[in-house]
Design a protein around this ligand. Structure first.
Ligand SMILES: C[S@@+](CC[C@H](N)C(=O)[O-])C[C@H]1O[C@@H](n2cnc3c(N)ncnc32)[C@H](O)[C@@H]1O
Length: 295
């Protein structure tokens, strides 16, 4: 067995306190170098591969404050009637359901406003899908007219999205049933063609809910601005405010709207799409008016 004095000598020859500290410092510095190289490399990754994204805001459970945010935004927007919307919803939907997307609430509220409840109100929808919301619009604005665009049914993007290649016939049948109202015109056209199809028409309310990625969503927003008048509101669905690009969502519409606000072209208001808990990512619905008319 090593005598105690031998242990003492060994400790003092090789492993003195200063050598231990120096060793720790060397390891710390090399760990820092490795971390900074990883950090730089990570930042160079394209967004899709860059897994570390800003954390989406986690919303508290069905928080009345969220509802209050939307209600007070309505009042700031000039919709003064804070009673629940009176328009009947499609079956099995309920305005009090915190999972119901607020585009139903918003258009129902707007349909109570004299500005939009009048005969001849023109509404444009980009993204008809099954026509359920078009049908709702048609009921909310019985004196208005709804023009709704979706891709032709032989378009590969149309077929590949929402599993429509598997149930094309039933999808088209359901859409046709929902659209059979005299105040609805359906266009099986790419929304890029709106300027050539609609010419210099003007719309009071515009619902942008087609492709949520650039370049298309920016083209849609630019085209719709050309169709706005002094009373018009443009509503854009599925806004996410952080760097996300998934199959059906992206930050692109938010960046576009923010740029247009900075340029003094639009004034934007943001409503929470849903007031429920655990809805990640947190999504918003933008309501925009021409900046020149903003109050
Ligand atoms: C999210 S769904 C619309 C949902 C519907 N507006 C609602 O509120 O229930 C999106 C629709 O936009 C359509 N779409 C995608 N890109 C388009 C484009 N460039 N032109 C026209 N429609 C497009 C898709 O085919 C799809 O039916």
């Amino acid at each position: 067995m090593t005598p105690a004095c031998e242990w003492f000598r060994l400790l003092h020859s090789n492993l003195t306190v200063p050598t231990i500290l120096a060793g720790m410092c060397r390891r710390w510095r090399s760990a820092q170098k490795v971390y900074s190289k990883w950090h730089v490399a990570r930042r160079k990754l394209p967004p899709r591969l860059n897994k570390r994204r800003p954390t989406p805001r986690i919303l508290p459970a069905n928080d009345p404050k969220l509802l209050q945010h939307n209600l007070s935004s309505l009042i700031r927007l000039g919709v003064t009637d804070d009673a629940p919307p009176r328009q009947p919803l499609p079956d099995s939907m309920d305005y009090g359901d915190p999972n119901l997307s607020w585009h139903y609430h918003l258009f129902a509220y707007l349909s109570t406003q004299p500005k939009y409840a009048k005969p001849g109100t023109q509404i444009l929808e980009i993204g008809t899908f099954e026509g359920e919301f078009t049908r709702f619009l048609s009921r909310c604005f019985p004196q208005g007219h709804i023009h709704t665009f979706d891709l032709p049914s032989d378009n590969p993007i149309f077929l590949e999205s929402y599993g429509r290649h598997e149930n094309l016939d039933s999808h088209l049948r359901e859409r046709a049933t929902n659209l059979e109202f005299t105040n609805v015109t359906f266009y099986a056209r790419n929304s890029s063609e709106i300027p050539s199809v609609l010419g210099d028409a003007s719309f009071d309310l515009i619902w942008v809910d087609g492709d949520h990625h650039d370049p298309q969503v920016s083209i849609d927003i630019d085209n719709c601005i050309q169709l706005m008048n002094t009373n018009s509101l443009m509503l854009v669905d599925d806004i996410v405010m952080f760097d996300l690009r998934s199959k059906l969502e992206s930050i692109d519409s938010f960046l576009k709207l923010q740029r247009l606000e900075t340029l003094g072209i639009l004034k934007n208001w943001y409503f929470l799409k849903r007031t429920a808990v655990d809805r990640t990512p947190t999504k918003w619905i933008a309501v925009s008016e021409l900046a020149a008319n903003a109050t």
